[in-house]
Design a protein around this ligand. Structure first.
Ligand code: GMT
Length: 377
């Protein structure tokens, strides 16, 4: 039997798909007997209750008066090195290249080659930050100096190689959902709190940043609602939320929208919905589409980035060009008006989520990568 590992995980601990995946992966690895140490500036929000084999180390930032900006990145690098030495970690698995891969590289300069670095690219670290000349070379360094690099879609692998001229191997590790949590919940008791039985429920979950094109969500909803009475659930918070509220008033649909803010039990909320809307400008994977799929909810959205690797056109949803809200609304109406088609999509969603994005399979993929970099295969 292969030895159990001591793994340090660094991620952005607040809301965001990369933090969710890092946390869920850590919990699954701990369940398999590995010792997992989260090293972050805050408790990962999905960590929740006590978990055997899971430890948390908070990065403290020095706020000395000579600093205009507290040097978080350097404090993180120092903390990573400390925990590697104190706990005898075998490897650091950092999620999101910037600054985490660079911090891990610095930590390795301190502790030496006894620790290995695995970096997982999640999307905007490449599609936005790596396009920035002030960060590009550092991100390339972090990637090239990692012992293994993984990315959450084929599209992201291709983009990383072309934007940063990276030649090294990048492993594909799709995101996953824990099937013990993501399944169609019985919400019949709560559904009437949100919509009448003749109304459809559309949902959008995001951090309301410009790349999510939340105003397109409203356009699609408005067109669907004119055709069939519907409600729109917005889950999450972020900078574009006020624009959404303004536009909803102008469109006269304000009373058909329910803003739920941040929610912990996403599977419960998703189970209320008939359709997930994801018309993003950029999306390396689209974790919410997978979460919806696992709850039997098809996605209508854009064909940006890695979304087509998650949502199968005409089977588990419909995808159109970015900004083509007419087509997206047309597809939503078509799907919602045809019960046979909808049932087929729902079943395909459940099958696809279970088969291609299973937590056990993806956790094993990561373990294989860990053993490979540690020469323990
Ligand atoms: O944009 C977000 O939703 C947050 C961002 C993050 O870093 O958490 O999400 C990225 O990583 C997720 C997990 O791998 C992916 O599902 C998202 O598609 C990706 N976001 C973008 O590419 C815009």
């Amino acid at each position: 039997m292969l030895k159990k590992l001591k793994i340090g995980i660094t991620c952005y601990p607040s809301l965001g798909g990369s933090g969710v995946i890092a946390t869920e992966l850590g919990k699954l690895l701990a369940e398999k007997g590995h010792e997992v140490h989260f090293i972050t500036h805050g408790m990962p929000f999905r960590l929740g209750k006590y978990h055997k084999n899971v430890f948390y180390h908070e990065v403290q930032v020095t706020n000395y008066h000579v600093f205009k900006y507290p040097p978080y990145d350097l404090s993180l690098a120092n903390k990573l090195a400390q925990i590697v030495n104190m706990k005898g970690l075998d490897l650091l698995h950092v999620h999101y290249a910037f600054p985490h891969a660079v911090c891990a590289y610095l930590a390795k300069q301190i502790v030496g080659d006894k620790v290995k670095i695995v970096t997982t690219l999640h999307g905007t670290d490449i599609t936005i930050l790596a396009q920035d000349e002030s960060l590009k070379d550092l991100i390339r360094l972090g990637i090239n100096e990692s012992d293994a690099v993984t990315a959450v879609s084929k599209d992201l692998i291709q983009e990383t190689k072309s934007v940063l001229s990276i030649e090294k191997q990048i492993d594909l590790t799709y995101n996953f959902v824990d099937k013990r949590e993501y399944y169609p919940r019985d919400v019949s008791e709560f559904r009437e709190d949100f919509a009448h039985s003749n109304e459809k429920i559309l949902i959008h979950i995001s951090n309301f940043r410009p790349v999510k094109r939340v105003l397109d969500v409203l356009d699609i909803f408005n067109k669907v609602n004119q055709n069939m009475p519907s409600k729109l659930l917005f889950v999450g918070e972020g900078p574009e939320l006020s624009k959404v509220q303004c536009k909803a008033e102008k469109l006269g649909v304000e009373d058909r929208i329910i803003y739920l803010g941040k929610q912990d039990d996403v599977a419960q909320v998703l189970s209320l919905a008939d359709i997930m809307l994801l018309p993003s400008e950029k999306e390396s994977f689209g974790l919410v589409a997978l979460e919806a799929m696992a709850c039997g909810v098809p996605t209508i959205g854009s064909n940006a980035g890695g979304i087509p690797e998650v949502v199968t056109q005409g089977e588990t949803g419909f995808l159109a060009d970015i900004g083509d809200t007419d087509q997206m609304a047309h597809d939503a109406i078509r799907l919602l008006s045809d019960t046979d088609m909808y049932d087929k999509f729902m079943n395909s969603c459940l099958e696809r989520a279970r088969y291609y994005f299973c937590n056990n399979v993806i956790t094993e993929t990561y373990e294989k990568i860990y053993y490979r970099v540690l020469n323990l295969e």
